[in-house]
Design a protein around this ligand. Sequence first.
Ligand code: SF4
Length: 363
Amino acid sequence: MQSSLSTRLRAFAAGAAQPTVEELAAALDSTFPLAELLTIGEEPRVQFFGKKIQVHILDNIRNGHCPEDCGYCAQRKSASAEEIPAYSLKQEEEILKEAEQAYKSGAYRFCLVTSGTGPTEKQTIKYAELVKKIKERFPMRLCLSAGIIKDPKFAEMLAEAGLDRYNHNLNTSAEHTPAIVRTHNFDDRVRTIEHMKRAGVSVCSGVIVGMGESNQDIASVAVRLKELDVPSIPVNFFLPVPGHEIDNLRELSSEFCLRTLAIFRIANPTAEIRVAAGREIYLKDKQAEALRVANSLFVSGYLNVKGSDAAETYSMIRANGYQVDAETSDMDPELCKSGSIDQNAMIDSIEMKTRADLRAFAE
Ligand code: SF4
């Protein structure tokens, strides 16, 4: 049984067969050897990305007061008032300064993130202007995460402005989605991905693991992303932010996190697999092992939670024989320390970003 699953996983990793939910879920089970799973996942990682690591930096350009009710998110209306600093869209100058900082810090990709259901036409015009200005000044890849795109015309406007990528996570399976959000559904998310793809914008879409889902739910996201041919997949491990509303939190061991990353790589061999939120807390000293299958990560934290800073992360990358795949050769890691915290302290408590972390250039 184990050897036939192993043969099938190798075929998925080689792009020679389509993965099924059942098979990927079986690989998540502890009865399948972790060492073998990582070896199978490492092959396409090395084939398509060598030893390179793509570094992403997030910028919350609007924070909090979201009318949606995603139970995992500190930005939803019912949680944001007391849990996080809420603000409307940052001024253009502030965003441009942050883009410059990210560029000089060696970001492969700069990700603009806004809270909210999805953009109106007026907001889309504003985002398109921002995209144009950032792209003119800083030759790094640009990603926008602005929620559900209802009108295909909005996708075209962003494409025309030169947006490289749009992020919209599936988060969990279609079946488990109603357990974590009631104000929109799984199909809204898939439609957004399809609109962006049709407009010619590359899509980033991933998963959040640890929200009471089953192994089948996780495997089902990996299969759905393969069907949607998504080239960039962030794998997040749920950080129970203050005020979250997720029932049945799932215990996440570092071994399970490694298994999860491996099955996303095996199902999506050519995709950029990003070890995203929860890297420091759950993987702990196994972060380098995660890079055997993942080829991308965030530095300086996540949406509203702090993470290890650029200098610390780059040193972990290099000490393990990997190279930072940066857009700029004159990067200055010292510029990117605003999210820095002691990693050991973080394991015991999730530390939220402060207003100063989120608005380093605010007047
Ligand atoms: S995940 Fe996005 S849509 Fe959901 S509550 Fe948070 S900011 Fe709003």
